[in-house]
Write a protein that binds this ligand. Structure first.
Ligand code: AMP
Length: 188
């Protein structure tokens, strides 16, 4: 597996368990000698995961839009790309990584996660996508996804595109062992 793209909150969350999980994920990434690709900010869970990967001696590449780069950019990254828009940023984050993981976060994280899932179900890519479900944060979202299957808007096989775990090391292991499904969205 190449570098890992992490989507996560620009906030810290109320419970310290979220910052601890971001640190643990960064440590697990660097322990496997992988690099990190992320949104380039120094704030919230984003800054924490980046600091943990840097502390482990591995590469961290940040990609951030020009409009707010001066406000929140992390100053100590291996590489920081300042780009023209959120669209360019998301495309570049995805291109530079071999896998994506979402930690807890808000609208930005949800948008990034569901975008790469949409691209996977359309077979634009076969990169593994993980969800680190810390403290049951995503239980309600996962229940909604099950409901969307029941309601006929998500195919059961496409739920399997999302690999869910509550342990960073196990999640990385599962992403490294991931075999993409053979069937197409359009084949049935
Ligand atoms: P959110 O989950 O709403 O906090 O948004 C976090 C995600 O959206 C990150 O993975 C970033 O790529 C992007 N993002 C949203 N807000 C910011 C911010 N203030 N600084 C940097 N990136 C952000």
């Amino acid at each position: 597996m190449q570098d890992v793209c992490v989507f996560c909150g620009s906030s810290e969350g109320q419970d310290p368990v979220y910052m601890q999980a971001a640190k643990a994920l960064g440590e697990a990434i660097s322990e496997r000698s992988l690099g990190l690709v992320y949104g380039g900010a120094q704030v919230g869970l984003m800054g924490q995961v980046a600091d943990a990967v840097l502390a482990g001696g591995e590469k961290v590449v940040g990609i951030i839009p020009q409009s707010f780069a001066h406000k929140v950019s992390h100053a100590g990254l291996t590489q920081l790309h300042v780009v023209d828009s959120m669209h360019t940023r998301k495309a570049m984050m995805f291109e530079l990584a071999g896998a994506c993981i979402a930690l807890p976060g808000g609208f930005g994280t949800l948008e990034e996660l569901t975008e790469v899932l949409t691209w996977a179900q359309l077979e634009f890519h076969q990169k593994p996508i993980g969800l680190l479900n810390i403290n049951g944060y995503y239980d309600a979202l996962l229940a909604f996804f099950d409901y969307a299957v029941l309601a006929g808007f998500i195919k059961p096989k496409h739920l399997q595109l999302l690999i869910v775990d509550d342990d960073p090391t196990k999640l990385l292991q599962r992403l490294q062992e991931y075999k993409p499904p053979a069937q197409s969205k359009w084949s049935d």
